[in-house]
Design a protein around this ligand. Structure first.
Ligand code: PAF
Length: 283
């Protein structure tokens, strides 16, 4: 498997592949790969000849330094896992912080038509400036035909659509459905850091989202939200940060339901020190 640590060498290699008429897909990751990432890679390989997987823990998108320090870094295991999918059609780009940021580890400041102020943006200061900065840079380096993102980070996906639109970046974005463990927990690199007790409790998040979806068929967003808040108060190991039913396009919380709009429920929960997010389409 080809592995690059340097953007110039990677770009050169990709240019030579494209000159041969090969199409390039891209899966940006922060590593600690799991089956959710592999499902994005497989989706990519069903649409393109070559998939570039970047593995880079991006410092500018962490609002919490402890989270950045503790974020799992497992490059060798990640490469081995990718080899189980393909040794020849996957390229790994694992840059250093310097390769991406030089000596200026700062994010650019973005506006994404207000999408950045909702939910994760409200709770994680500067997060989407960091995500916008790294994704824009990676897209400029890799120049893929397609780029793949999971819907677990649905707000991130919508923000990246906006980033690509506002900056006229020539790439097709593919949103991929959430990959879940058998018990329903959304796959995340953070799951590996859950204690056994928190791991046992964590599927409650998706179970609650599914019931909330049913309730939203007959009840208002406010009533459903109140119901969810009560359920989490009965869960000593899980602390609800937010549950919000929002318009899929604007990500603004629902005031009154309209049959012309589509909605999604979004949730963030602390399981001990580990922050988990999930979401579900409601209509
Ligand atoms: O979703 C992620 O893993 C990260 O936010 C991303 C898109 C790789 C940017 O660092």
């Amino acid at each position: 498997m080809k592995k690059f640590l340097n953007k110039t060498e990677l770009s050169y290699h990709i240019t030579s592949l494209k000159a041969k008429g090969l199409s390039v897909g891209f899966v940006p990751t922060m590593g600690a790969l799991h089956n959710g990432h592999l499902s994005l890679v497989n989706k990519g390989l069903s649409q393109t000849d070559i998939i570039v997987v970047s593995i880079f823990v991006n410092p500018t998108q962490f609002d919490n330094q402890e989270d950045l320090v503790k974020y799992p870094r497992t490059l060798d295991a990640d490469v081995e896992l990718l080899k189980t999918v393909s040794d020849t059609t996957i390229i790994v780009y694992a840059p250093t912080v310097e390769d991406i940021y030089g000596d200026n580890i700062e994010s650019q400041s973005f506006t994404f038509d207000g999408l950045e102020h909702e939910m994760e943006g409200a709770f994680r200061d500067g997060h989407f400036d960091g995500v916008g900065t790294i994704v824009k840079r990676l897209l400029e380096i890799v120049k893929p035909n397609y780029v793949y993102f999971g819907e677990k980070d649905f707000q991130q996906l919508q923000i990246i659509r906006k980033l690509v639109e506002l900056n006229d970046i020539p790439v097709k974005i593919v949103g991929c459905s959430i990959h879940r463990a058998e018990d329903g927990l959304a796959m995340s690199s953070r799951n590996a850091r859950l204690t056994p007790e928190h791991r046992t409790r964590a599927p409650f998040i998706y179970k609650t989202l599914k019931t909330a979806k049913t309730k939203f068929g007959t009840k208002s967003a406010q009533k459903v939200t109140e119901w969810v808040e009560v359920q989490f108060k009965k869960q000593p190991l899980l602390e609800l940060e937010y549950f919000i039913i929002a318009d899929t396009t604007t990500l603004k919380p629902v005031k009154r339901k309209s049959t012309k709009k589509t909605y999604r429920a979004f949730i963030a929960v602390y399981a001990g020190d580990i922050r988990l997010i999930d979401n579900i389409a409601l209509k």
